[in-house]
Design a protein around this ligand. Structure first.
Ligand SMILES: CC(C)(COP(=O)(O)OP(=O)(O)OC[C@H]1O[C@@H](n2cnc3c(N)ncnc32)[C@H](O)[C@@H]1OP(=O)(O)O)[C@@H](O)C(=O)NCCC(=O)NCCS
Length: 230
C-alpha cells in the first residue's frame, strides 16, 4: 500500500498479539507497565538501551562529546526515570494511544511467558529518526532474571517476521554498544549485516563507547530465518 502523504510502501495495519513456542508478545496495557518500568530502571537494563534524551543535554547546556557532561546528563535523566509518579502519566498516555491504535506505527509488545501473567520484557520496532515509515529501528530488553535463555532472540524472530511479511517494512537500521554482545549477537543471528561502527552516546567509566551498526532487509532476514528453521 502506498501511503499518500509519504509515498512509502508499507501496510499500515494494526498490530496484534504474536506467539512463539515459549512466549506471548502482547499489545501493551497499563496493567504490566509498572513491572516493565521496574525492570527498566535497573542500570544493567537501561545503560545501553535507553539513551539520555537530547532535551536533557539542551536544557542543561551539556555536550555529548564531553564525558563529564554525559555523566551529568545521565544522572539527571536517571533521577527523572526512577520516579514512578513522574513517569506514570507518560506511560498512561502511551498506552492510551496504543489502545486507540493511534500509536500502532510504533509497534511495541510486552513480552510474557506463554500461558502466564509473568511479563519479562519489551520489544519495539519504531520509526527511525527522520526516515520514512518503512525504515525502522528495533529495541529489546529482557528482565535480568530471564536473560541468557534465548527469549530475546525468540521474540525478535517473530517480530521481524511480522514486520517484514505483514507490515512490509523494507529495512531495519539499528546498533548496539560494542561491549553489549548480548544485543548485537541477536542481530547477527537474525541475519543483520554489520555496516560499521560509530561513536555512541553511551559511556562506561571514563570512556565514550563505540556502537556496532547493523542493517537488515527482508531478503537478509528470510535467508537467515530459513536456515534457522531447517
Ligand atoms: C540484550 C538482551 C535483550 C538479550 O536478551 P536475552 O534474552 O538474554 O538474549 P538471548 O538469550 O536471546 O541471547 C542472545 C545472544 O547473546 C548472547 N549473550 C547473552 N548474554 C551475553 C553476555 N552477557 N555476553 C556475551 N554474550 C551474551 C547469548 O549467548 C546469545 O548468543 P548465542 O545464541 O550465540 O549464544 C538482554 O541482555 C537485555 O535486556 N540487555 C539490556 C537491555 C539492552 O541492552 N538492550 C539492547 C540495547 S541495543
Amino acid at each position: 500500500m502506498i501511503d499518500k502523504e509519504s509515498g512509502v510502501y508499507m501496510n499500515k495495519i494494526n498490530f496484534k498479539n504474536l506467539y512463539t513456542e515459549r512466549l506471548e508478545l502482547r499489545i501493551p496495557t497499563m496493567k504490566e507497565q509498572y513491572i516493565l518500568w521496574k525492570i527498566l530502571i535497573n542500570e544493567d537494563i537501561n545503560q545501553y538501551y535507553f539513551p539520555t534524551p537530547d532535551r536533557i543535554f539542551v536544557k542543561n547546556n551539556l555536550s555529548k562529546d564531553n564525558i563529564e557532561d554525559l555523566k551529568n546528563a545521565r544522572k539527571i535523566f536517571m533521577k527523572q526515570l526512577s520516579d514512578w509518579e513522574r513517569q506514570k502519566p507518560f506511560y498512561e498516555k502511551k498506552i492510551e494511544y496504543i489502545q486507540m491504535q493511534e500509536d500502532s506505527q510504533k509497534y511495541t509488545w510486552s513480552i510474557f511467558l506463554k500461558d502466564t501473567e509473568i511479563v519479562i520484557g519489551q520489544i519495539t520496532c519504531q520509526p527511525k529518526d527522520n526516515k520514512p515509515d518503512n525504515i525502522r529501528d528495533v529495541g529489546w530488553f529482557i528482565d535480568t532474571k530471564y536473560q541468557g535463555q534465548g527469549f530475546a532472540t525468540e521474540a525478535a524472530l517473530t517480530v521481524l517476521d511480522f514486520m517484514f511479511n505483514e507490515v512490509e517494512i523494507t529495512d531495519i537500521y539499528t546498533g548496539a554498544a560494542e561491549i553489549n554482545p548480548a544485543s548485537w549477537k541477536i542481530m547477527e543471528k537474525l541475519g543483520f549485516e554489520f555496516v560499521g561502527t560509530k561513536k555512541s552516546s553511551y559511556f562506561k567509566d571514563n570512556e565514550i563507547l563505540i556502537s556496532k551498526e547493523y542493517h537488515c532487509n527482508k531478503e537478509l532476514f528470510l535467508n537467515r530465518k530459513n536456515k534457522l528453521l531447517k
